[in-house]
Design a protein around this ligand. Structure first.
Ligand SMILES: [Fe+2]
Length: 149
């Protein structure tokens, strides 16, 4: 059996609103399970939990979650973002509004409307170097043993 990520917990100040936002823009379903509101994405459930129910953290640290979509699902997403008046960005620094094509498909970044989590959506998984690297602040990996690194 291949290893896969079964679920992750994302802290929220309003788990219902957060789960509903993500599910609505992606055209997905939610369900309540224990202290969580789950959004089912492929093999991984995103489990939103209210910060006051968390025993391990007293504040929300923005998390980065990246979702791999089909091209049709990306169309659904972009319509959902327009409905919610959420600006997609080409880059992870939120400097260039729009949708990128760094890896042969489409990709964009948003801040989620409820808690400011950093969501990314791509239609092609990362491989090699991105196209348009001057826009993405791409940096080649640095060899920490190199002189002057
Ligand atoms: Fe990412």
């Amino acid at each position: 059996m291949a290893v896969s990520l079964n679920h992750t917990i994302v802290l929220s100040k309003d788990k219902v609103a957060a789960a509903n936002f993500l599910a609505e823009i992606l055209g997905l379903e939610t369900n309540a399970w224990g202290p969580f509101i789950r959004v089912h994405t492929g093999e991984t459930d995103i489990e939103f939990m209210n910060i006051e129910d968390s025993a391990w953290n007293d504040h929300i640290t923005p998390q980065h979650l990246c979702f791999l979509l089909s091209e049709d699902e990306m169309d659904v997403l972009l319509k959902g973002l327009r409905r919610h008046d959420v600006q997609p960005y080409e880059d992870m620094f939120y400097e260039e509004p729009g949708v990128n094509n760094y890896y042969g498909g489409r990709g964009c970044y948003i801040r989620d409307a409820v808690d400011g989590h950093l969501f990314e959506f791509i239609t092609a998984p990362y491989e090699g170097k991105p196209a348009n690297i001057e826009k993405g602040r791409w940096r080649d990996p640095v060899d920490p043993t190199a002189v002057g690194a």
